[in-house]
Design a protein around this ligand. Structure first.
Ligand SMILES: Nc1ncnc2c1ncn2[C@@H]1O[C@H](COP(=O)(O)OP(=O)(O)OP(=O)(O)O)[C@@H](O)[C@H]1O
Length: 414
């Protein structure tokens, strides 16, 4: 008979412990606070452009730029919500439609979503795109109204062509009653380079830049949120300054700072600690960094994974402390390719892939002089070996390499 452990009261026991969190949800990215700190200039700037909508005029199109976590989405949604609120109060017809182009990433799906927002029956696939566009136009032109379309992460949409933006930017010439304007949001400052010049000038009628927050501003944002998220006395004195300092080092990313504040609390909670302390923040920072790297490694192309795996093998063969040279790395890389029957790239190409890994912060390569033997690059890993190895071996193409170090590889070094 299989003995099962009694689980009576499993959750009750866990719930009994007093939580340090009052409301953890307010630390999640989906939560938008009622008051956005240090963004008055951007809020007023956007409101000044959009106020035309309340006068029944077409607001200029706007492009909003700024690095990740600088409050672009939060500000745009906040101003959009306010606009809708005032318009309702004044019995006007203004609607703001928010689309995240990372999720809705094809022209068809974008138009279908817009049409559906105005209660048109459009299937999510199957129709010619023109027909969906017609439906959308018909739907909105049935009455006098101003529609503002927020296209968040607009650069993701453009990767699949800019026809839809071209059509949307000219839509007002075909409309009799309705008026449409667009707000494009992006953290890629260069994405407009790929746009049709007509779309570029139409979309960028107005531009708003969101600068990164400094440590003090992040600290204010964290304090505001911590009051709602944590019980009184649950945060050690150094927690907020340290979270702010780490996030400001990154580039002033409020999302990262809020993540850090939440994960620090989760670590302290898991250890049944009554208070979050500096050491929890340091561990949270490490955890978030590992999670980030794991995600980057997971999505690398196979060839880059093989380059990385060669470096890992060289580092873990009892050579700790010794850096790997490009020559050694290429040697092992070739054997790995041979082992799993993958094309072998030239040393030059492999060196390029390695430089990309360097840029992603996965390895660190320094050029060293070998005297009369010329120059070479010495490579060290910037990521934890075991975690990275595990992620690499999750890839089915690399799986057969799991035994590699114990057979062919050990022979090479014995
Ligand atoms: N000024 C602020 N006051 C309070 N919270 C803020 C502020 N700016 C950003 N935040 C919070 O930081 C997180 C990230 O902000 P947001 O999503 O607006 O950034 P973003 O610039 O749109 O980033 P991305 O380009 O990655 O989408 C959100 O949880 C948001 O609520």
């Amino acid at each position: 008979m299989i003995k099962t452990q009694s689980l009576d009261g499993l959750f009750e026991k866990l719930l009994e412990g007093k939580s340090i969190f009052k409301n953890k949800e307010v630390l999640r990215p989906s939560y938008t606070p009622d008051l956005l700190l240090h963004r008055n200039e951007q809020i007023n700037g956007l409101a000044t452009i959009l106020v035309s909508a309340l006068r029944g005029e077409t607001p200029s199109n706007v492009l909003i730029y700024g690095k990740t976590g600088t409050g672009k989405t939060a500000v745009t949604r906040y101003v959009g919500k306010e606009l809708e609120r005032v318009s309702e109060e004044k019995s006007l017809f203004c609607s703001v439609v928010y689309i995240n182009c990372e999720v809705i990433d094809t022209q068809y799906r974008l138009l279908a979503n817009l049409a559906r927002h105005f209660e048109e029956e459009v299937p999510m696939t199957g129709w010619p795109t023109d027909q969906v566009f017609m439906k959308f136009k018909e739907a909105i032109d049935s009455k006098e109204q101003v529609i503002i379309i927020i296209l968040d992460e607009i650069d993701k949409l453009i990767k699949k062509g800019d026809d839809v933006l071209y059509n949307l930017s000219r839509i007002n010439t075909d409309l009799r009653r309705a008026k449409v304007s667009m707000i494009g949001v992006s953290n890629d400052l260069k994405f407009t380079e790929f746009l049709d010049p007509r779309v570029k000038s139409s979309l960028g009628e107005e531009e708003l830049i969101f600068p990164p927050y400094d440590a003090e501003q992040i600290s204010d944002i964290l304090k505001q949120r911590a009051k709602m998220a944590y019980n009184e006395g649950a945060l050690g004195e150094m927690v907020i300054p340290l979270c702010a300092a780490f996030a400001a080092q990154e580039h002033g990313d409020a999302r990262r700072a809020l993540d850090l504040l939440r994960v620090s609390g989760e670590i302290a909670e898991r250890e049944n600690q009554p208070q979050v302390l500096e050491e929890h923040v340091r561990r949270a920072q490490e955890k978030i960094e590992i999670d980030r790297v794991v995600e980057v490694v997971r999505t690398l192309p196979t060839q880059s994974k093989l380059v990385l795996y060669s470096i890992i093998l060289l580092r873990s063969r009892g050579r700790e402390g010794k850096n790997v040279t490009t020559g050694e790395m290429y040697n092992v890389y070739r054997q790995l390719c041979h082992h799993i029957d993958v094309d072998i790239l030239t040393q030059r190409r492999v060196t390029d892939l390695m430089s990309e890994l360097d840029m992603l912060g996965i390895v660190n390569a320094v050029v060293v002089s070998k005297g009369r033997y010329g120059r070479t690059k010495e490579i060290s890993l910037s990521v934890p070996v075991e975690n990275t190895r595990k992620v690499l071996l999750e890839d089915y193409r690399l799986k057969p390499l799991v035994d590699f170090k114990t057979s062919a590889f050990s022979k090479m070094f014995s």
